[in-house]
Ligand binder design. Structure first.
Ligand code: GLY
Length: 358
């Protein structure tokens, strides 16, 4: 099975397949045939797939996994390795791994010699449906996620769902967190067809959790079509793209409070979605039936809301949310459900956020 999707912004292709890994390498070799390459690969992926991918040791830099690795030290390591192997302005970096490897490699490519090509080869569900597409690249600083970065589009994205066979349950569920997000924003995306993604995710839950190949291909393709439609309309997040942050304002704070270990990104986003659905329903922004169907969808996939107030100091959560890139001096921005499969942006005064969290 193979799908090729085109992203107008940056004019690149996303190749989605369940091909053998040898075919994936053939595709990458073809795409980079005239270029010197630097492969930045996640340690986990290297250990599991080195034999299958047959990468040349002189071209690879291995990075440890986990959000704390998205730092200046590793950025410098990539740039320094690039100079060591003599990468020029015409050459390419290839990121093989999850969001951490993709984000930091993309950012390195954006600043090396003022910008060289990079290719994304996402290996986690989360990076396949979200971070590998759309050109957001970044590192973290002082505990603030993605605070230093650039919008910089890849030259190509190669998604091979066979990587998901070895993805552990926690990371798979993290990806499901980002997938579910698309169910609640479909009608904002202005995609040319109705996908009925909310309904599809309700029906295919068992097969999705079993990692059935056809289901994975379809779900990833749906998410990509929705995301591509959004970034084609708003590359730099001036307006529409903000909808992709549903659940992220609180989600990022929860992630940071757990030192990026306690909750994965997707799990934290789901907590942010639970919170904002409660808020939307309490303010009569959505009907009870849509609220109930939405919460049922999240719980069908095994997610449960946590009690924020009993787990965290609310003022600490607020402090982190105030540092969000979208926050202003006295207001915090949230993406909130406004109708079935629709969301809108609201700015809440700090006191209103405290009240909602308590
Ligand atoms: N991950 C959200 C975005 O790409 O805008």
């Amino acid at each position: 099975m193979r799908q090729i999707l085109n992203v107008d912004i940056g004019n690149y292709k996303i190749h989605l397949s369940d091909d053998e890994f040898s075919k994936l390498m053939e595709d990458i070799n073809y795409q980079t045939s005239e270029q010197k390459r630097l492969f930045v690969i996640s340690e986990k992926v290297y250990k599991l797939y080195q034999k299958k991918l047959k990468l040349n040791k002189s071209e690879i830099l291995i990075l440890s996994d986990g959000e704390p690795e998205k730092n200046f030290k590793n950025l410098q390591k990539i740039l320094s390795f690039a100079t060591k192997i003599g990468l020029t302005r015409n050459d390419v970096m290839v990121a093989i791994g999850g969001g951490v490897v993709g984000d930091i490699t993309g950012f390195a490519a954006s600043i090396y010699m003022r910008g060289i090509d990079y290719i994304q080869v996402p290996t986690t569900l989360l990076s396949m449906v979200d971070s590998s597409v759309g050109g957001k690249t970044a590192i973290d600083l002082n505990g603030i996620k993605n605070i230093v970065g650039a919008f910089y589009q890849p030259k190509a994205v190669f998604i091979n769902i066979n990587f998901l066979k070895t993805l552990d349950k926690k990371q798979f569920m993290s990806g499901i967190g980002e997938v579910l997000k698309y169910a609640f924003i479909e009608d904002n995306c202005n995609y040319k067809h109705s996908l009925f993604f909310f309904e599809y995710l309700t029906l295919c839950c068992e097969k999705f959790l079993e990692k059935d190949s056809m289901t994975l291909m379809r779900i990833i393709e749906y998410c990509l079509n929705l995301k591509i439609s959004v970034v084609n309309q708003d590359e730099k997040e001036q307006g529409l793209r903000k909808i992709l942050n549903l659940g992220h304002t609180l989600g990022h704070a929860i992630e940071a409070k757990g030192n990026f270990k306690k909750f994965t990104h997707g799990e934290a986003v789901i907590q942010g979605i639970f919170f904002i659905f409660d808020y939307a329903y309490s303010k009569n922004l959505i009907t009870y039936s849509y609220y109930k169907l939405s919460i049922d969808l999240l719980t069908r996939y095994g997610f449960k809301p946590i009690n924020i107030r009993s787990k965290y100091q609310v003022d600490e959560i607020i402090e982190i949310m105030k540092k969000d890139k979208k926050a202003t001096k006295d207001k915090i921005t949230f993406i909130v459900p406004s109708d079935k499969k629709k969301v809108k942006e609201i700015k809440l005064a700090i006191n209103d956020v405290i009240e909602a969290l308590c």
